[in-house]
Design a protein around this ligand. Sequence first.
Ligand code: ADP
Length: 608
Amino acid sequence: MNKPTSHYIADRMRESVQTSRAIRVSPYRNAMLFALAVFMMVFMLSSFYAKSVQDQNSNDFDGRLAQKLSVLQSHVDMSARGYEQLLLAASTLFSIKPDVTREEWGRFYQQIQREHNIPQLIGVGYATMVPSDQLELFVQGQRDAGAETFAVTSSQQGDMGVITYLAPDSEENHLALGYDMMSEQQRKEAMGRARDQATVVMTSPVTLVQDSKIEEAKGVLMYYPIYHTKQVPPTIEERRAELKGYVYVVTRPADLIKKFIDSHQDVFSQAAVSVTDITITSPSTLYAMTRSNGAVERRSTVEIDSRRWQLSVAERDSVSNASSPIVLFLLGTAVSLLLSGLTYWLFYGRMRRITTEYEGEVKRTKDELLALASHQLRTPASGVKQYLGILNAGIFGTLTPEQRSVTEKAYEANERQLQIINELLYVSKADAGQLVIEPKRFDLTNLTQALIDGFAEQAAQKNITITFVTKKSYLVTADDRYISMAIENLVSNAIKYSYPSSKVRVGIQSRGQMVSLYVKDSGVGIADVDYERIFDKFGRIDNPLSHAEGGSGLGLFLARQLARAHGGDIVVTSQIEKGSTFTMLLPKKLMINQTIVHLNRIRKIVKS
Ligand code: ADP
């Protein structure tokens, strides 16, 4: 095997080892990434779902709020229409019978109530227009007609609008009888407009005569004019001249709304409702319920007889902003975590199985390749050695110096090649559990001396002096074949990684139950960080001499494993460009039970 081929095999080996290392980290990383992706996906989906539920809730809430407002608005509207109908009916009564009596008015009211059930009506009345100069006559007329205590209360001098009839005949309504409505500005203004426009006109909120003892009580009145003529006079002047009086209704909007809300508790239990007259610049609240913080409000405006009422319904959106989306979100997050955990667990397990299978496969292929390469290469390489030996021995005639130089170089190259093939072979045998320790007792000093002698020529080529300082014999029990391999590797490396004309020192010392054999050179040295890497399989480290010298990176790996298989070890101390000392420790007596060298199972036994 030539040098590039041996490099190729070594490179392939190194690659396969690195690949299996890379795969070993990937199941964890891949499973993590996959689990993370699942987490992100489920998390996003649940967030999206929670958001859409929140939106849906919010929409539902808006819809419900709008519906409440619309229910309220239609009630206000219907009530107002009811009052208008009542006024038109009353005006019809006057057109049929201009001199309606108090009793007839009472009956009219009862009939209306029976048939129409007008909501929250305080009263329906008739106010007669009385010129101030006819006041006494008018009062007398009323008393004669049966209202013996009839009296007019007014705070003004002009024409009066005196409440003449007011049904029902209740105690509070009695307070109002005889009251001149023209003496109060807001009533007067509404009456004036009703008269001029011949329509129903509602007052702004006023304090009712019935409520005079209660501050802030707000009522409204709706007027419809009654003229002396059968038909409504066409012009304003005629309407003013022909005005006879007004039919009117009186109500409290607050009662109207409250009654409605109370009877619809299921709808309005959480809602704050308010009604405000916004016709005038400073709005006047007709009804208001206190509203909780953070309530969402909806408003609408109703036109009632030339006035504008603003209705408002407000409510806290307790559903869309509160628990349900948050719960969904938290639930989603929990599910995402659970799913991603499960995914991780399943994926990691699967990846581990695949990786283990793959690693096994890689290892099997690697071992087969190693065994195949070493076996198939060894035979032809050994053949070359023998042929070169025959040539060198001069069996086919004496070689010229040039020829000898070439054959000797070829012999050396072939030696190196065989060395690498041998190392490969041993590693592959050890991997296959085929290296068996056959211990015997021998003198380590003698063995070392013999091995060093074998390197004399190689050392001489670089003018390196190898000094073996030990004379004392050290007996050990071990397999001398493997111990020789380890020592050879250390000495060979010391020569390879030393500069020409330097010194290598070898010695043996006793260390309790162990002996230590050191090989000290003054070569290129090894950095601290590489102390362990050089013992790895294919652990070649670049140094100034490594390219020129070549190698497989298997020597130290094998040497250490062999030492460990004997219950010993190999350790190194070094300084860059100063040199290295490799020390092999060996027990004097073999202390191991296991005599099969199995590289992957050997662990460090000796404390260095
Ligand atoms: P190889 O010599 O074939 O490369 P080894 O396993 O014997 O393989 O050595 C591994 C690496 O350790 C070498 O590539 C070299 O970098 C380093 N090394 C070994 N012995 C020495 C030494 N005596 N001095 C400096 N470096 C060494």
